[in-house]
Design a protein around this ligand. Structure first.
Ligand SMILES: NC(=O)c1ccc[n+]([C@@H]2O[C@H](COP(=O)([O-])OP(=O)(O)OC[C@H]3O[C@@H](n4cnc5c(N)ncnc54)[C@H](OP(=O)(O)O)[C@@H]3O)[C@@H](O)[C@H]2O)c1
Length: 348
């Protein structure tokens, strides 16, 4: 049984890690304010605001087999490292593939150049997320002398996804109302891919690799599949075969539809232009070598459908509402007979 400290643990990934560790019989402590969500049952809750001085005094005297750090704030990362690192055997920093300076080249490995690191004295802002994670990585590596695992997920998905990026399509196609507006790629440009890692597989990987003392950066990413295959997996998970209205990605800008996430978006669709051609196609070789085990995408989607409230036309954190979808379908005004079965989503 290991003594594990989670710096976080009240939000989606952190609580998934905590529950998995508790189920495996480990002793788990979570340090957070308790604002993002409840502390996991069975974990020791240390209620602390990390912006306050002496935030780690309740946990600094103990020895830890593993610390899992989830922050995106360099000052938090530095404070925790200074207070806790000497008594902590293994350290995992949950970073992000957003640290990479270039998202355009497919197949990039962990040694690709990173964004300039945000320093602890500089204010964090969400548009500096990649720089902030890069700064946290740099501080971690410097403090630990390289004895830390820097886990870089790409897109994380699964039941409970607060962003709904992974849940929109399976919930949408599980809904019986037809037709479904489904994107297809027209024009030139790179071929859209999806590289989604299930939150439970990510949690299991980082616990396993962290406790085993693995170190260095690792792209903890899903298998890269074409967008079309991801949409077909959603249909398979829902066990439906709806009529669709094919929707060309080139129409999004004029229709005010965003890529990727947020309301009135097409989740999982990346922005056009070649800047994102490598975003969902990063090398997963090191993660697989370190023992990342990934369930099939269709299984993730199936579990989302079982666990979550039906779509029923409501606006999720990402995707279209029933009303928004109907409006776009009306705009497309497909000629009778133009609606095609789902298999045709790769093109008209
Ligand atoms: N979702 C994705 O697709 C994706 C992709 C790549 C990487 N990631 C990374 O994966 C991780 C996701 O973690 P998560 O789901 O657990 O959510 P999160 O929101 O990143 O977790 C942040 C944790 O820190 C705590 N926290 C924030 N401010 C604090 C403060 N001032 N004092 C004390 N605690 C504070 C929060 O709890 P309280 O608010 O309760 O204090 C929460 O438990 C993050 O590191 C994220 O960057 C996610």
């Amino acid at each position: 049984m290991a003594n594990i400290l989670i710096l976080g643990g009240t939000a989606w990934l952190g609580s998934t890690i905590a529950r998995l560790a508790l189920d495996a019989g480990h002793h788990v402590t979570c340090l957070a304010r308790g604002e993002a969500g409840a502390f996991p049952e069975g974990a020791v809750a240390v209620v602390v605001d990390r912006d306050k001085p002496d935030a780690y005094r309740h946990v600094a005297a103990q020895k830890w087999d593993l610390a899992v750090e989830l922050t995106r704030v360099p000052a938090h990362a530095r404070g925790a490292l200074e207070a806790l690192s000497p008594r902590t055997r293994n350290w995992v920093f949950v970073s992000s593939c957003s640290v990479y300076a270039d998202q355009s080249a497919p197949g990039q490995r962990e040694d690709a150049p990173l964004l300039a690191p945000l320093q602890p004295g500089e204010a964090y802002a969400s548009e500096l997320y990649g720089e902030a994670k890069s700064g946290c990585e740099q501080l971690t590596t410097a403090n630990r002398g390289g004895n830390a695992l820097l886990v870089r997920p790409g897109l994380v998905g699964g039941p409970g996804d607060p962003t709904a990026r992974s849940s929109y399509w399976p919930l949408r196609v599980a809904d019986r109302r037809e037709p479904v507006l489904a994107p297809y790629q027209d024009g030139g440009g790179y071929r859209q891919h999806v590289q989604l890692v299930d939150v439970r597989d990510l949690a299991a990987f980082l616990l396993h690799a962290g406790l085993a003392g693995r170190t260095g950066p690792v792209n903890a990413v899903g298998a890269s599949v074409p967008l079309t295959d991801a949409l077909i997996a959603a249909r398979e998970a829902a066990n439906t075969n709806p009529l669709i209205v094919p929707y060309p990605l080139s129409a999004m800008a004029d229709d005010g539809v965003s890529p990727w996430s947020g309301p009135r978006s097409l989740p999982l669709v990346l922005p056009s232009g070649d800047d994102y051609a490598g975003f969902a196609r990063r090398s997963d070789a090191r993660a697989l070598d370190m023992g990342l085990v990934r369930r099939p995408l269709v299984e993730t989607f199936r579990d989302i459908i079982s666990a979550e409230e039906p779509w029923a036309g409501r606006q999720l954190s990402s995707g279209l509402s029933g009303e928004g979808e109907a409006e776009l379908i009306a705009r497309r005004r497909p000629a009778p007979g133009a609606e095609a079965p789902h298999e045709s989503i790769d093109g008209p």
